[in-house]
Design a protein around this ligand. Structure first.
Ligand code: AMP
Ligand code: ZN
Length: 138
């Protein structure tokens, strides 16, 4: 895609600080990290959404995400990491080339996901699951 910033990074038209590259994926430093060392893992092919990425490439993204997370822990003394993928603008996706965030985490890093815990009424979880399963295409 000619106007995609991450495709331009893959093509070397925009500079990036690379961590890892193979035939399917590229991992590079996020320019504006949650914590220092924050990495993005992207498919080399342009996919706005995660669902169209092939199983091989999506698997490689997760694999490299986990491996780079461990490297972050060992190299920079972090305690853990989050793997995060925003799919769709409402989910917080700003760059429309799918990407997996590898966010290094420390016990006292002061960052908190704004996570909430709703409750299901009796039977509502199963009803909801039925609707999802009816539309699930693998
Ligand atoms: P998202 O909100 O999930 O779409 O995340 C997009 C991420 O891309 C943000 O964390 C940005 O800091 C990062 N980003 C945007 N432009 C660049 C760039 N040129 N190099 C590295 N990271 C970038
Ligand atoms: Zn792209």
């Amino acid at each position: 895609m000619s106007d995609c910033i991450f495709c331009k990074i893959v093509e070397g038209e925009i500079p990036s600080v690379k961590i890892y590259e193979d035939d399917l994926v590229l991992a590079f430093m996020d320019i504006s990290p949650i914590n220092k060392g924050h990495i993005l893992v992207i498919p080399k092919e342009h996919h706005p959404a995660s669902s169209t990425i092939s199983e091989a490439t999506a698997g490689r993204m997760f694999h490299i995400g986990s491996k780079t997370g461990v490297a972050l822990r060992r190299a920079l003394d972090y305690d853990g990491f989050n793997l995060h993928l925003a799919d769709g603008a409402c989910a917080g996706q700003v760059v429309m080339h799918a990407h997996l965030h590898v966010v290094p985490r420390g016990v006292e890093d002061g960052f908190h996901w704004n996570w909430r815990h709703l409750k299901y009424a009796d039977g509502e979880a199963a009803e909801t699951a039925e609707k999802i399963i009816a539309k699930l295409k693998i």
